[in-house]
Design a protein around this ligand. Sequence first.
Ligand SMILES: Nc1ncnc2c1ncn2[C@@H]1O[C@H](COP(=O)(O)OP(=O)(O)OP(=O)(O)O)[C@@H](O)[C@H]1O
Length: 557
Amino acid sequence: MASRLPRYRSSSPERTLMAPALKRKAQDQNDPPVRKIHKPLSKSITSTAPKPLTKPRPPTLTAGTRATQISDLTKQLGEAKSQAREHIHALNLANDEIATLKRTHSMQVSELEYDIRKGQLQVEELDQDLQLARTEVQKLRENVNQLTSTGQDMQQQLSNDAEVIAALRAEVEALKSEAIDAESVRRQLHNTIQELKGNIRVFCRVRPDPSPELANVSYSKEKRDIVVTSTSESATGQQRKDVHSFTFDRVFEPHATQAEVFEEVSQLAQSCTDGYNVCIFAYGQTGSGKSFTMEGGQTEETAGMIPRAVDQVFRVTNDLKSRGWEYTLEGQFLEIYNETINDLLASSSSATSTSSTSSSPQYNIKHDPQTRTTTVTNLTSVPLTSPAHVRSLLLRSQSRRSVASTLMNEHSSRSHSVFRVKIEGVNETNGERCVGWLNLVDLAGSERLNVSFAGSVGPGAERLKETQNINKSLSSLGDVISALGEKGANGEKHVPYRNSKLTYLLQYSLSGSSKTLMILNLSPLAAHLNESLNSLRFATKVNNTTIGTAKSSKQSR
Ligand SMILES: Nc1ncnc2c1ncn2[C@@H]1O[C@H](COP(=O)(O)OP(=O)(O)OP(=O)(O)O)[C@@H](O)[C@H]1O
């Protein structure tokens, strides 16, 4: 019995030190310490209860027996006392245990109350959150309702807009068709104006020069006349003033800009997109500004007629897309040096005439009278994609040009350069087609033999040959233009196109179906006066020529 009690003693401290969590765990396992303790305690108390004292025997016993009995009883009493003490001790221990358990229990109750309060607070918070969420949901519902109503309004608006768009589309289609008709009328009117202006026109442009030794040149207010005054000696030795007056379609004074010149040229560039062949020449003595006029400088301001005309062709063909036209542009660039053709767009490995071998490509001019088109065999033809592309081609070809020095201009070009653009258009809307050629020609210098020729042997002989060829082709050009002008209505007069490569190449761009512009470039220097007068006379001869009515290559399907 006594061996059971220490078990309680040893377990009690463990229980009082146990963490609340562990205590709860113990409760969860349905093993409350109180019950555990009560059971063994009651058992222990019951099992250790004092046995009832035996009833004293009657006093008939002997003294010895009595003494023995007394001794036994004393012994029993001692044992009973000892048992009672043990019971009292056990009861004390049990009381202590109960007090400890009561404290533990009270702590557990407090903890549980705390947890309950905490739980209640959480429930309150959750209630508030729920309330807020309900309000939010309510607002969202209202928003959804508003959006649904806006969406319905928008749908209505869209269907209204779709009707307006359909009406506008129909209007655009009608306007497009009107524009196509208007474009045909514009083309007719444009070409009537060009015909009225004359299919051969001559502009005169005088180069600026800061030198004080300038020739005596004056200009009319109407910008059409140029008057050159020279002095000469009469047969009697007297100084005489000769006044030479020339009239052209337009005269540009030295301060005229590239843009001002192009303003007048642009009308012709426009004609190419309408299916006409156009030829623009720069004519003049070496150093008079031909290359500047045709090619110009690298800036927007100084860009010459070639890049400006090409820009315009791209602009016009692009604008015409809205009227049903689709154009393709192709470019060729060649030079005629000493009556031989060089391909300026050929790959660098291809040889030019100056270093020609038997394997060099042969450039022969072929005409097709049926379609009135001219082709040059083996000549490179490049599809032109943009104005920038054309400028890069011009730069590339410039380095290939035959350049040699002469007395008059150290880096003078000694060849005619011809930049040709084929402009082919198709209008799928009305079935019209057209092909026009734009020929932009920078002629070689027109100076006379005795001025630029340095000697008759070595390099001088080479220069002499160049100058002879240049002058031959330039006079052939004059002859062709004169013959065209003299040609009667029935066209019997022979036109000597074959006399030079240049005129043969440009045969279909100079005759009846073409428009020609010659820009005469003049040097204002007194030293160049005689050359200037020669150029002015040549240009006047060209200006007085009238070529028959131009015909567009336009065809209908
Ligand atoms: N209108 C102008 N404004 C400014 N500079 C010009 C003008 N015309 C010509 N020049 C300048 O005069 C010089 C000679 O001009 P350019 O080379 O164009 O002459 P060219 O007639 O083509 O000569 P060549 O027959 O030798 O080719 C160049 O330096 C050029 O820049």
